[in-house]
Write a protein that binds this ligand. Structure first.
Ligand code: SF4
Length: 288
């Protein structure tokens, strides 16, 4: 099969070319031996050398989706805490406009004193896929948009590699938000109290969007969203569930693009996670 130049550039951007050869070799080995992948294996479906299914288009257009022939291990199932105070109750009732105004004026934690501006979120408010990161960095704080700069470009390439985009309002368009809406000084990790204060906003965003799948990026975001102190290594490759407004939403964990820029070898793992997310999404779409 000939290599589409646009896809080739994406693979180059993610340093994924060599991995793909190895992955096909594994798939061929599975087919030859008939040995089922071990429980917890993240994928076993046959892909072409571009990392795409035959006739793949945008992620939601890849019907008919084929369910994985493996049983996915149970992940964490987290009921996001019920709103227990007046502020959280009020946030849980807001529409998009009220929510955006509330975030912009928020002084609920000390990060309001050091931010340039809040970073609300970007993308399609009817998205099937939602991406959740940690907190704004310097560029996000300056521009008011999550995942910009070098890490943002890598995220865009990662999304494009599975047919998704932060642009537009189609089934391939994602919504992107952070756990925290304000930048921690010096890009330090958020304090638990800061994440707790900001959590009602993310919960309301999720409730308004009602995505079919959430991909959470980075240890801090994963630990915050899933209310766990587990390592990212133990959280990857499993389907977690959060429940928002009685809607159970599958969650898949992967590395943050900023981390991948510093740890190039882990881009391969991140690609595995994206393929896994695509499988989970396909299952959710079939079930839905
Ligand atoms: S981080 Fe969240 S809770 Fe803290 S001031 Fe910003 S918007 Fe408010």
């Amino acid at each position: 099969m000939s290599l589409d130049p646009r896809r080739a550039r994406l693979w180059q951007a993610m340093d994924l070319g060599p991995l793909w050869v190895e992955r096909n070799a594994h798939a061929a080995a599975d087919a030859a031996t008939g040995i089922a992948p071990a429980p917890g294996a993240v994928r076993s479906e046959s892909f072409d050398e571009l990392g795409t299914r035959p006739a793949e288009g945008a992620a939601r257009d890849a019907a008919p989706h084929r369910a994985l022939p493996i049983a996915l291990p149970a992940g964490l199932r987290v009921q996001l805490p019920a709103a227990g105070d007046a502020r959280a109750v009020a946030i849980a009732r807001m529409d998009w406009s009220e929510l955006q105004k509330s975030v912009a004026a928020c002084v609920a934690c000390p990060l309001c004193k050091t931010r340039t501006q809040t970073v609300f979120g970007v993308g399609h408010r009817g998205a099937r896929w939602m991406i959740v990161g940690e907190a704004p960095g310097a560029e996000e704080d300056a521009r008011g948009e999550p995942f910009v700069g070098q890490a943002g470009r890598l995220l865009d390439n990662m999304l494009a590699s599975i047919g998704l985009s932060r642009q537009g309002e189609t089934d391939s368009s994602v919504y992107i938000a952070n756990v925290l809406k304000c930048r921690p000084p010096g890009n330090r990790n958020p304090e638990p109290a800061e994440a707790a204060a900001c959590e009602p906003y993310l919960r309301r965003q999720i409730a308004l969007i009602r995505p079919a799948l959430i991909v959470v990026m980075g240890r801090v975001a994963a630990q915050s969203l899933l209310a766990t102190d587990a390592t990212i290594a133990s959280l990857r490759g499993r389907v977690h569930t959060i429940v928002v407004d009685e809607l159970a939403i599958p969650v898949v964990v992967t590395y943050h693009p900023a981390y991948l820029l510093r740890n190039l070898a882990d881009k391969a793992k991140s690609w595995t996670d994206l393929c896994f997310a695509r499988e989970v999404y396909a299952r959710a779409a079939l079930a839905g």
